[in-house]
Design a protein around this ligand. Structure first.
Ligand code: DQA
Length: 146
C-alpha cells in the first residue's frame, strides 16, 4: 500500500483551543481521524507526525525515502515563513509535497504572505480550514496514483 506522511508543525498540537476564530475548534486528533478515514477510502496508508521543533521536522522529512513514503502533506505552521531548513529537506528527499494551511495566509498579516517552502512544494492549499488537509491529502493521492 502506498504511504503518505502528514506533518503538522509548531503549535498545531494546540488546535481546538488555539485562536479558535482563526483555526476553528477541531482538534488535531479529530483532523487526523478524518484524514485516516479519507486514506482508507482511497486505499492509501497515512502516518502522522507533529512537532514544535524545526530540526525534528527536518529529521522526519529526511527519513521519508528510507521509510518508503511516496508523498508528504505538510502544514509547516510558523516555519512556513522562516525555514530554509525545511524547504531544503523537502528539496533533498525529492518526494512530492503538498503545502497546506488552515487559514488563508494571504488574507492575514504581511509576514505570513511569503512561504519559504512553496517553491519546493508541488502546490499549496490555503484557507479551507480542516478541509485544506483533506484537499491536500486527496491531491497527494492523485499525484502518487498518476
Ligand atoms: C498556519 C498559518 C501560519 O501562518 C501560522 O503560523 C500557523 C498556522 C495555518 O494553518 O493557517 O501556525 O500554517
Amino acid at each position: 500500500m502506498k504511504k503518505i506522511l502528514v506533518i503538522h508543525g509548531p503549535n498545531l498540537n494546540l488546535l481546538g483551543q488555539r485562536e479558535v476564530s482563526v483555526y476553528g475548534s477541531t482538534t488535531l486528533e479529530e483532523i487526523n481521524n478524518q484524514l485516516a478515514q479519507v486514506a482508507r477510502e482511497n486505499g492509501v496508508e497515512v502516518v502522522f507526525f507533529q512537532s514544535n521543533h524545526e530540526g525534528d521536522i527536518v529529521d522526519r522529512i529526511g527519513r521519508c525515502p528510507a521509510d518508503g513514503f511516496q508523498a508528504i502533506v505538510i502544514n509547516p505552521a510558523a516555519y512556513t515563513h522562516t525555514s530554509v531548513a525545511i524547504r531544503d529537506a523537502v528539496s533533498a528527499v525529492n518526494i512530492p509535497t503538498v503545502e497546506i494551511h488552515l487559514s488563508n495566509i494571504y488574507k492575514r498579516e504581511e509576514f505570513r504572505h511569503h512561504s519559504m517552502l512553496a517553491p519546493a512544494a508541488v502546490g499549496q492549499i490555503s484557507g479551507f480550514g480542516v478541509h485544506s488537509y483533506v484537499l491536500g491529502l486527496l491531491a497527494a493521492v492523485k499525484m502518487i496514483n498518476a
